[in-house]
Design a binder for this molecule. Sequence first.
Ligand SMILES: *Cc1c(COP(=O)(O)O)cnc(C)c1O
Length: 374
Amino acid sequence: MRAVLEGEWLTQGPSVEEFESTLVGYFGAAHAVVCANGTAALHLVALALDWQPGDVVLVPAVTFLASANCVAYVGAEPCFVDVDPSTLTINPCEVERHIIRLKQQGRRVKSVIGVDMAGHPCDWVALRALADRHGLTLVDDACHAMGASYHGVRVGSCDHADLTSLSFHPVKHITTGEGGAVLTNDPRVAARLRRLRSHGMERNPELIPDWEGPWHSDMMELGYNYRLTDFQCALGASQMRRLPAFVAARREIASWYDALLGGSTDFQRPKTAPWAEHSYHLYLLRVPFGHDSRPDRRTFFGRCLQRGIQLQVHYRPVPLNTYYRRGLSTETVTEAFPNAMAYYREAISVPMYPDLTRDDVTRVVGVLRASLVS
Ligand SMILES: *Cc1c(COP(=O)(O)O)cnc(C)c1O
């Protein structure tokens, strides 16, 4: 790290390639393109897949806003899809129903974005089959899921998804302050992502018409400054060496919560599919607030906070946001996304980060139980 700060490069030095090759080594995709943050990674995906105004891209109703915003950035339309009630990932049956409906309406459906919610992988095998059947590209927003796998396949390998996005925001599995990456097996897509990351500027003489000399770069398309600095990449490469330990710590913390809450009717865990290995970016619980003398969620949040525990909710369904709901009533949204809305009414996220000790987890669970009562 120190060598990088004292070195000659501040942006786009040797640490960029080092970090990218570390990502390739861990995830097993052929190419990694690092960028400014996870949202920029998704924007680069949207640009590289040529989503245009009039195109439709399917997005799960329960995710972070950025998963849908990347579609809107390029003027295409996100179509929200309900989630599977047990894993909270995009439901492949619902995806197919929407594809058929949209095609009947004459709409151009381009891609499906799956989000490995909380660290639980999507059903990528089913989604790949669907994408092939309907001629769509498949994007894995894996910002929650470094270290997760399905059927023994690592998330990020791009065995099923065409492109995978990662985030290195401090709350995620590894951090570079802000940072992100796109993974792909397609060398042409990787080259395009690199060009879009730096203003759309091409420097390869073989690709520049009427190349004039070494000073000649050609802006071939509209790109952005989405680069990640050399010193952030040095941090990223060292964080990657610690990733297996971070994932193991999160899994152990989850096993403590599981043991302390197992069998509780007050606090229910979303299920992990038998083919999935979860990587626990988040630990989600469902509580039937307001039923059988349980408090409502606001009261419960307040009681937990007074006892020193800050809860969160991941996430309020994206189509409920003013920007996306376009005046629709909550009832209409609830009818369209019954599983997302049923989850949302009951959802809490409890503390989950690698430094938590067993005593911390015991204390959190004690506060949860006490706060149901008074
Ligand atoms: C964090 C996150 C992003 C965006 O990442 P940033 O690095 O914060 O821009 C996108 N999608 C999901 C699912 C995320 O959790």
